[in-house]
Design a binder for this molecule. Structure first.
Ligand code: 26W
Length: 800
């Protein structure tokens, strides 16, 4: 391979000309990127093979993270940084007249996820590898990731995403490890010496072909694996419509379902879920048996984690394989299964909880349905013994009821651990959403506050700040993020604070250039960069943000000399294609932007920018430039949030409600270093319960609110037509489900506090530094250390 710049250049040039068949000057950016990627992927192979050898021979307990989403983003910079060869490659390419940054921009985001859940899975992979933990991911190789968002006249349009258009340098196809996945068909049972065995006949077989991606740890030789399954035709049956079979088969991994809170209940989604878990479980068991003989203590050597309910069919699939293929009896199989599986819940929104209609489920997965039915029978019998006569309770906990299979109930019954993703979220699960289960299985419930990999979200995406930190406290924080706390000793160091300001200005300038280039809007890098980037959803209240901006505009009109500090409001958000209300909000943001951006009364003090096609690589550009991080969900609705942690780590101050992990950010930084507003979770839940909230009151009693809402429908807004009537009605006629009007006054006051705090730059920078210094807790290394110690029960270097 190469260990010096010279060797790198030589290896690179040779490979470029060999693979492209072109003389260097004729090679395209894509040629140059493909070659670099392949070269690095080969460079990784040695450690990759060695890591797997080590796991095989040392028989270490393995963790498998099953997720229907992995929102990876780009991998080139992460791999070069984690291999410690970023500078070497950057300078080597520089000598050849190639800018590594241009290479990085060629790479497509691997957008195999919707939002928080998918990105968390990606951060977890980076932490497990960097902590030398034997943790692997299993997912789906969607041909098209999350749709590409195009904004046309303020409207979201969706285009198919094409990440595989030029191939994908990081993956290795392994057809020899293909798995056959049966769908439809029927189950034949036969009795022999008292043992009933089951055969799945007339099934439609789909081939699951694995593509492996290396997961390179930082500053170590550990390289774990992310296995992504691809659906391909297995065998053409005589008399079978071959084209339909081919289409039906490939459709399984064609698209990522673009919903992140709405369970559509489509049979193709169910096929995706079983496809993922069946291929994964059988692979895990085969590799286990290649290292260990006896399946009865599988749980001592294997931990399987299901990321929300989407992969929960792994539990009945494990039962099927242990009983039907390895002849284990039910009770031993159930014992092993429940000790092997752990489940994380990521949302309490009722519409997001998966429940499959039996009439869809049973025909597609006949054997799995039989097993779930048996699990449910035995579970309800146990409940009856524990709660004799309490039909209501048992009905509320049953896995199959009213013609539906309740996936969360199956996950809880079939796992030894059930965790929420932030303290408040776990408490809400215990006290409300899953209270009956908490009463019955108290020992299973635990909380694991989310985290983010500081290597991608600080070290890699914010070089100005990372090098300032390294110049002050060295680089121990990269391996041990809690060491960021050493920065606290610089809060009184005005020279350091000045450099902190310079780093932020550099990032703001860079983002301002991008905004001019992509949106043609001039923004002032000295204005407050106030940012809300996340999926568009009513509970995340982008509506509250844009209504407040409309209010600021009204203030400018009423009093053009009002002392309003100039602010740049930046939005980035995709709405699920079928979520029309969310799409209206996107249109409203554009309409308000058109109204205020060059309005004479505003005098440039307010700029509204909607950045199109929000994704991981764009977030890496936006977050380092942030002054204010908007985390304004209706309290009790956002399970945790992870964007909030990324902004904190990059020195932005949080403007938020006491919801999700915002509460734990406040605990870390103290009231004086965060801007909190709004109803608390218990107040929201109480008012939702007792129906004591009447939004109309706020319309009638708050002039500001009346004015804004009237502007939604009185033609004040450009190109409004009747578009915003649904929004107007949702706030009044439908009584404002997410308390937007109720929290408006408190929100506006919090913005005032932000504005006045920003005027005192020295103290603002001190607050910013405190947030960075106290952000180590929110590294996914801390989160993974807790999962490893308390759920998966594995040790590792990183856990010392
Ligand atoms: C069935 C459709 C569907 C798809 C995805 C329902 C629900 C989901 C995800 C669970 C939604 C999600 O991404 N939840 C987010 O998970 C993050 C990681 O834990 C949390 O930080 C966010 O608060 C939570 O909204």
């Amino acid at each position: 391979m190469f260990s010096s710049q010279e060797e790198f250049k030589e290896a690179y040039l040779k490979k470029l000309e060999m693979t492209s068949g072109k003389a260097f000057p004729d090679t395209t950016l894509q040629d140059r990127y493909d070659t670099l990627g392949q070269l690095i992927r080969e460079y990784i192979s040695m450690n990759w093979i060695q890591t797997n050898e080590q796991y095989r021979y040392q028989k270490q307990k393995q963790v498998y993270y099953l997720s229907i989403e992995f929102l990876l983003g780009r991998l080139l910079r992460q791999n070069l940084m984690n291999l410690g060869i970023y500078e070497l490659v950057e300078e080597g390419l520089g000598d050849l007249g190639i800018d590594l940054k241009d290479m990085e921009d060629v790479e497509q985001d691997a957008a195999l996820g919707n939002g928080g859940l998918g990105r968390l899975a990606a951060c977890f992979l980076d932490s497990m590898a960097s902590m030398d933990l034997p943790g692997h991911g299993y997912g789906i190789r969607y041909k098209h990731g999350l749709f590409e968002q195009k904004i046309v006249n303020g409207y979201q349009m969706e285009l198919p995403e094409q990440w595989l258009r030029h191939g994908y340098v990081w993956e290795v196809r392994k057809p020899d490890l293909m798995m056959q996945i049966p769908f439809w068909g029927r189950i034949e049972s036969s009795e022999k010496d008292g043992v009933t065995s089951f055969r799945h006949v007339d099934a439609e077989i789909v081939a699951a072909v694995p593509y492996d991606l290396p997961v390179v740890g930082y500053g170590t030789t550990t390289v774990n694996t992310l296995r992504l399954w691809n659906a391909e035709p297995y065998a053409y049956k005589a008399g079978r419509d071959m084209m339909k079979y081919k289409r039906d088969t490939e459709a399984i991994t064609e698209f990522l379902y673009p919903d992140d809170t709405q369970d559509e209940g489509k049979v193709l989604r169910l096929k995706q879920q079983y496809f993922l878990v069946s291929a994964s479980i059988r692979t895990i068991l085969e590799s286990y048996l290649s290292r260990h003989g006896d399946l009865t203590n599988l749980h001592e050597h294997v931990a399987i984690h299901i990321n929300d309910t989407h992969p929960v069919l792994a539990i009945p699939e494990m039962m099927r394989v242990l009983i039907d293929e390895y002849g284990m009896d039910w009770d031993s199989a159930w014992g092993v299964t429940t000790k092997t599986f752990a489940y994380t819940n990521h949302t309490t929104l009722s519409e997001a909880l998966e429940r499959w209609l039996v009439r869809i489920f049973q025909p597609l997965l006949p054997r799995i349905y039989m097993i779930i039915d048996e699990i449910n029978e035995r579970f309800c019998r146990d409940l009856w013994d524990a709660y004799p006569g309490e039909w209501g309770r048992i009905e509320g906990m049953a896995i199959i009821a009213h013609g539906e299979v309740k996936m969360a109930h199956l996950a809880i019954a079939g796992s030894h651990s059930v965790n929420g993703v932030a303290k408040i979220h776990t408490n809400i699960l215990k006290e409300r959403e899953m209270n009956l289960f908490y009463q019955y299985f108290p020992g299973k419930f635990n909380s694991k506050t989310n985290g983010i990999t500081h290597r991608r979200w600080l070290l890699n995406s914010n070089p100005p700040l990372a090098s300032l930190i390294q110049s002050a406290i060295g680089d121990a924080w990269i391996k041990d993020p809690s060491r960021l706390s050493e920065l606290e000793s610089f809060t009184a160091d005005s020279a350091f604070l000045e450099n902190l300001h310079k780093a932020k200005q550099l990032n703001k300038k860079r983002l301002a250039d991008r905004i001019l280039q992509t949106n043609g809007i001039v923004v002032d890098p000295d204005s407050i960069f106030d940012i809300q980037i996340k999926r568009l959803h009513a509970y995340k209240r982008q509506l509250l943000n844009i209504l407040h901006i409309l209010h600021l505009f009204n203030r400018c009109q009423e009093n053009p000399d009002a002392d309003i500090p100039s602010r740049t409001f930046i939005f980035g958000a995709k709405a699920s294609p079928g979520y029309y209300y969310a799409k209206k909000i996107i249109k409203l943001i554009h309409s308000v932007a058109d109204l205020v951006n060059d309005h004479p009364a505003v005098k440039g003090r307010i700029k509204v920018v909607f950045l199109e096609n929000y994704r991981v690589s764009l977030a890496e550009e936006i977050i380092p430039a942030a002054d204010v991080s908007q985390q304004i969900s209706t309290a009790s609705k956002e399970a945790s949030g992870t964007g909030n942690m990324k902004f904190m780590m990059n020195g932005a101050l949080t403007l938020g409600t006491l919801d999700g992990a915002n509460i734990e950010i406040q605990e870390q930084v103290g009231d004086e270093n965060i801007f909190i507003f709004g109803l608390r979770a218990e107040e929201v839940m109480k008012q939702q319960q007792d129906g004591s909230y009447y939004s109309m009151e706020y319309y009638h009693h708050d002039e500001r609110i009346k004015k804004m809402l009237d502007q939604l429908i009185d033609g004040s807004l450009p190109d409004a037509g009747d578009h915003f009537e649904t929004i107007y009605d949702s706030l009044l006629a439908e009584n404002d489900e997410f308390f937007v009007l109720r929290d408006f006054d408190s929100y506006a006051k919090a913005h005032e506090r932000v504005a006045s705090a920003y005027r005192d730059q020295e103290s603002w920078l001190r607050m910013s530094l405190i947030n960075i210094a106290r952000s180590g807790y929110f590294s996914s290394d801390r989160t993974i250390a807790e999962y490893a110690r308390e759920i998966w029960r594995i040790g590792g270097v990183g856990l010392r």
